[in-house]
Design a protein around this ligand. Sequence first.
Ligand SMILES: Nc1ncnc2c1ncn2[C@@H]1O[C@H](COP(=O)(O)OP(=O)(O)OP(=O)(O)O)[C@@H](O)[C@H]1O
Ligand SMILES: NC(=O)CC[C@H](N)C(=O)O
Length: 730
Amino acid sequence: MCGISCVITLKGNAPKSNSYGAKNLTQAYELERALLSEQMEGSLEAIKHRGPDDRGYWFSDYNRVALGHVRLSILDLSPEAQQPFHDPEDTVHAVVCGEFYDWEEIREDLIKKGYSFRSHCDSEILIALYQEYGMSMMEYLRGEFAFVLYDSKVETIVAARDRYGVKPLFYSVHDGRLFIASEMKAFLAFGWQPEWDVQSLMECGYLTDTRTLFQGVSRIQAGRYLSLQSYSTITQTEYWNIEYPDKVCQSLPSYLYEIETRSEQEMIEGVRERLLNAVRVRLRADVPVGIFLSGGLDSSAVAGMIKHLMVGKGVRLGNEGSATANINCFSIKFLDGPGDEFDEEPIAQRTAEWLGVKKHIVRMTEEEFVKNYSDAAWFCEHPLSDLNFIAKVALSRITRENGVKVILTGEGSDEQFAGYGQLLADFLREPDLSWTSRSLPRLPNDLRLKLLAEEEQSKGGDQKTIKNFRIADPPSAAYARKQINNVGIISMTSLMNAQPLLSPWAQQEFGTQDPRVVGVHNLLTGTVRKKMQLKWHTLHSALYIWQKFFLQNILLTALGDRVEMANSIEGRQPFLDHNLTEYVNGLPPSVKLRYDPETQSLNEKWILKEAAKPFITEELYNRRKHPFSAPVTYPVDGPLHRYIGSLMTKENIEQLGFLEWEKCKYLVEDGFVHKNAVEMRKLFMISQLVELQRRFGVKRAEPEYALRPNEADIQAFQAPLARTSSLSRL
Ligand SMILES: Nc1ncnc2c1ncn2[C@@H]1O[C@H](COP(=O)(O)OP(=O)(O)OP(=O)(O)O)[C@@H](O)[C@H]1O
Ligand SMILES: NC(=O)CC[C@H](N)C(=O)O
């Protein structure tokens, strides 16, 4: 994908005739332009990994708006497709990151309506679409994208992200200017000084709402666009959201609700057809396309479908000349870890052999983790309690080394089809009353309640793998749980909880909020909470939260865009195609988690397994999901122990400003020597914060009260005030 960096001078901040040491206003604008060019170059340089093929920027008259772009050329590699794009009258300008599918049909349609195009790049359709449909153009956009568009006639900036938030977009107001960019590091060249947002860190705001790790920097949320009107008013508008059908209440007369009438077979075919289409449109590129292949169902289904489309339907894969060309798959192999439970590579190998595709492996030794550790933190811009994201940085590197520029992944499937173990309890909380088909075995109510009780009791696993990671809710979470009809996801925010390690002042200022309560409050609007309480089945409510929280802010960032783009690889996610997801959202919960009367258990992602059956091995059809996780514990005196130990020093911890060294100093021993997985996860997080501090030059966090003026300053300040007020009394 590409990279975007834009700056808009807000109303009231235009240069004066003596700004920048100028003699007059004309010179002030000239000097400002020279400075802005230099800053823009620096900013684009910071995100050049997102677009190493081309670079361009455009400034409006009086430097009011600056749009910058680095390009990873995917469709139409000619200079004609260089960005920013402009309309023929030079009034609308845009920079785009990502892919718009169906672009050829849209382009044809727009040509018939009188628009012309200079390139054969999908991004170019944006301006014409905007001119034709205004903001309802969002309806026409299908794919993974982010863009900034400027309409000078109506003095409006629009900055939008795709429906699921695959492509990032951050913004910040600083010194009278609005910055918008694909990654926060792009702001540094404009003079932004990062400061920790400790509140956001402690409340996990950087994972649940619009906040980031840094004060004053926000994210545009998935399915929304930011507008800046008349260079002064910023608003965010939702253009799309996830919806689920009404769970039906059988106590109502049937004319008051809709009962599911489709057969299972119809639904299976419905999923298959839409997934095949979502994969097919994602194979179109003028560069080589490959797959990130794991040992799981999702990427294997994508790989199998690609093979089917190429061999069976003659569809071309990227710029491959023939439909029989090699399919390149890339897989991670974990080595030096405590065992096979994390390594899916042997299964991926069997899938690759079955499909007859070419497989490349990155071997994740401890040395490989250390080699990529600092860069991974820098690219991701937030810490993670698992090292799986570092493996993905290494994976994208070997992908690039093998000449592949675009990869398809299986990300987003678990959040549509119910792939996580934690979702079993949420499915069992309510009966699924939407279904009357005789072919579907209904889960008897007493068995449902028994299974639910068992699931609830299994809380508090060993926290070694994410698979088993569950935490009993403290009483403060009850309030949050009540508002979301008791679904369980918010406990996951505790994974990042570092409150017990705060220094006393930070504990006082930031250590009081329960991230679960804040998360529910900030993540979900009142309308959505009402739907969770009254309309949606509990499985669907949980899936909504997984998508808005875990998928958007962890999986698609630290395990998606950021780690792919670290090595200039474009990731495409067929499971996040809204034509598919809207269909899947409308299916009954019982076909996602299917009850098997023989084993008296639930089979996750059942409908997907059935839809993908012709394209996957029997092994995968019968396999339970294993979340993608790197080993958590590592040997004493090994490369990771030494490296993380070197980051976890008193000096580094104190430089962060908000953590207490005395509370942190045992973590290395607890994690590496005593193999405590919970402490190890904290260690990963904190050592990454240390890396971020260093690479971003983040200011040390200081207590609020230390910033207040001392007594002498206050008296000096009050003296003239006292005189004025006594005068005014006369
Ligand atoms: N070990 C791996 N090697 C290469 N890519 C991987 C690996 N693990 C995960 N991925 C990529 O990340 C995506 C998301 O991982 P995830 O575990 O959710 O899906 P999956 O492994 O394909 O299927 P399942 O959810 O059934 O395990 C995968 O579809 C794949 O594209
Ligand atoms: N890398 C991208 O974001 C690609 C943008 C656009 N689709 C192009 O091919 O240029």
